[in-house]
Design a protein around this ligand. Sequence first.
Ligand code: HEM
Length: 450
Amino acid sequence: MTAAARLDTPKPLKQPPYDDGGLPLIGYTLHFMHDTLDLAFKLQRRNGNVYRSRQFLDTVSLMGPDAAQYVLQDREDRFSSAEGWAFFVGKLFEGAIMAMDDPQHRIERRIMQQAFKKPALSSYVDKMAPYMVERLSRWQPSRKFMVFQNIKKLTLDLAAPVFMGIELGPEADKLNDAFLHMAEASLGFVRYSVPGTKMHKGMKGREYMIKVLRDMIPQKRAVETPDLFSQMCHAKSDSGEAFTDDQVINHMIFMMLAAHDTTTSTLTTMIYALGKNTEWQDRLRAHSQTLAAEGLSNLRYDDLDKVDEISWCMKEALRMYPPLAAIPRMCKKDGEFEGYKIKAGQLVNIYPIHTHYMGEYWKNPFMFDPLRFSPERNEHKQHMFQWIPFGGGAHMCLGQHFADLQVRCVMHQLLQHFKWTVPDDYRMPYQLVPIAKPKDGLPVNLQRIG
Ligand code: HEM
């Protein structure tokens, strides 16, 4: 071989090193569930940015924002979201958009996007306001107010009118029960519908929800109303495609899940962070009270940018406790990342929880510091994929703005009427997998102030 030819010869790719630590057979599965952040840093330090290990399944971990960009942006159509999520989403969420790949994904996402455009979002905000005020007025001050359960109930109660367009009452309660069974099954580890298991109850819940949704479709198609269900029935892509009844049903079921646990998680971790960092709580409250004194006790869509600081706190809570700590994909064709071969048929994971704490991008990453998201600092903008609680690329969360609006509205209300603290030495025990949540329900000392 000539010297020139030798120079042209590409270097052979390395295999990702296999880290066979952890427990026999299950490897790092328990560590992953118990402390995803600790595991991510530990294995990255030991193995570098690309390594194989057992975390539920045989997984190649790709660490850091470049890796997240490589996988999520997926310029060469190498990674399947459908197959990546198959183990977790399965039959319970058949037809879910997250469990689709192109070209079907592209077509259905284009239609779905119509239900998240400004006029639709604005009508959801208006629809939500009276229910939110009424439900929050029922909160009873207590020295041990359990935040997680109460926020979960709140987001569920808001979903009935905003998502489904139904009034709260026995019908909504029944639907909420069916939905909760599905949500529980989706987070459980038994993936088969055997009587007595959560999965079985979840599948029954799904059947009930399908029936209710199907019965309501003619009425939703007949008249456009300010709820997500109706918007999905009327949504048309720019080229005129619309959803069939089955597609509307499948998307509604998945979206309720995608919205519920994630928003509950976000509001809960924000309440924790503001209970610990009361100077931020006081700062936000002072601003909300000023707005209320100007007649803005309830915010409409166009007022929401007046509470940007609530949104910085939300972003910071999502940085520290991203509801989805890791995002899976299946590699469909051989690829290469940083000199390592990523083989077709290999499950890969990227880790928002890891990039969110990398010292290279975040100053004092363990500190709650919402100002990093202020326009003056914009610390999150050094790399497009360093802050990725909503994912990125083709499957990036469609409900990001919806979630932001809901959090701004709920927090603005909460701050006007309540104040809360946690003891100085309290550290919220939390789990990050499957979805970030406090293990103890987050008890706070809640007082009414107005
Ligand atoms: C703070 C709250 C939320 C967080 C942190 C969050 C996070 C995420 C993430 C990380 C993904 C991408 C998953 C992947 O790439 O595999 C995603 C997708 C999705 N989310 Fe959210 N989400 C939130 C709220 C919502 C809400 C409120 C809705 C609906 C109203 C929603 C609807 C969706 C949908 C439809 C997808 C799938 C998009 C696609 O596959 O094209 N999410 N979300």
